[in-house]
Design a binder for this molecule. Structure first.
Ligand code: ADP
Length: 160
């Protein structure tokens, strides 16, 4: 059973994340989008809200699981028997961080392999942080996130 985990904040999920999920999930028997929820980070959406949005955006894809985790991704991978971690790279700036994380994870769990996918050319500029910035100032979100996410952003206090 080939099982992969795609961990991230997904605060909120964007067309960039969805592109990575669509392009990589079919290589695996089991694919888990893992919503990280650490008290050390401040999120706009609660973990439950982020999960609900991901599920809405994935309704046309079958067999993808969504879960919440506070802790090391490799520990979650071990618990679930997953051999692979998926991450995305948009720009050179992402590379150093992703490589460091992949190397740390390799030290912690040599049996787990990190696979990185390059952002699709039309999505490489999209980040959750910039999406929130655009939403805050009522900019056009239609090329950045699906409708459900646009509506959830517009419903957030301070973003109306
Ligand atoms: P984190 O806080 O763990 O970086 P994110 O939700 O920001 O969580 O990102 C999760 C993963 O998805 C990261 O590997 C990130 O590089 C990747 N990612 C984010 N946005 C995009 C995008 N537009 N295209 C491709 N990959 C992306």
């Amino acid at each position: 059973m080939r099982c992969a985990i795609y961990p991230g904040s997904f605060d909120p999920i964007t067309y960039g994340h969805l592109d990575i999920i669509k392009r990589t999930s079919h290589f695996f028997d089991e694919f888990i989008v893992l919503v990280s929820n650490t008290p050390r980070k401040k999120y706009l959406f609660s973990a439950e809200e982020r999960v609900a949005l991901i599920k809405q955006c994935l309704s046309d894809l079958t067999g993808i699981q969504v879960d919440i985790h506070d802790g090391l991704t490799v520990e979650y991978a071990r618990k679930r028997g997953a051999q692979s971690i998926i991450r995305g790279i948009r720009v050179v700036a992402d590379f150093e961080y992703e490589m460091a994380m992949a190397n740390i994870n390799k030290k912690l769990a040599p049996e787990v392999e990190t696979f990185t996918a390059f952002a699709g050319p039309e999505y490489g500029y999209i980040s959750s942080r910039l999406v929130k910035e655009v939403a805050f100032y009522h900019g056009d979100l239609s090329n950045l996130v699906p409708l459900a996410v646009q509506q959830a952003l517009h419903a957030k206090k301070g973003y109306q």
